[in-house]
Design a protein. Structure first.
Length: 109
């Protein structure tokens, strides 16, 4: 039940960020919900592989390369979902940082 609520809250965050940030377009709530599902699945299955493969560069950059990994996951999910448009790498970085920051504030126990 908590994971379903978390997906709905993330979808609302995605919709809200698309209204605030430039060059991020979400057409409908269902697109945001699918985007949240795809991002969470990519975080479960693909993110650990990318972290292990990029461990040396992550250590050299003191973990800042994880921002690039999060951005790549956002961009991949953008390619998979038709109802969302993120124009450019730097807007994906900004979207990823804002989404992560707001999620960490909301998930604080």
């Amino acid at each position: 039940m908590r994971s379903i609520l978390n997906l709905i809250v993330t979808s609302l965050l995605i919709l809200g960020l698309s209204r605030v940030l430039p060059h991020i377009n979400v057409h409908e709530f269902s697109d945001a919900l699918w985007f949240a599902i795809v991002v969470s699945l990519l975080n479960i299955f693909l993110r650990p592989i990318l972290i292990v493969l990029s461990l040396p560069i992550t250590m050299v950059t003191f973990g800042l390369f994880l921002i690039v990994i999060n951005t790549l996951i956002i961009m991949l999910a953008d390619r998979l979902i038709d109802g969302i448009e993120i124009v450019g790498f730097w807007y994906a970085v900004l979207f990823s940082l804002c989404l992560s920051a707001v999620q960490s504030l909301l998930n604080k126990d």
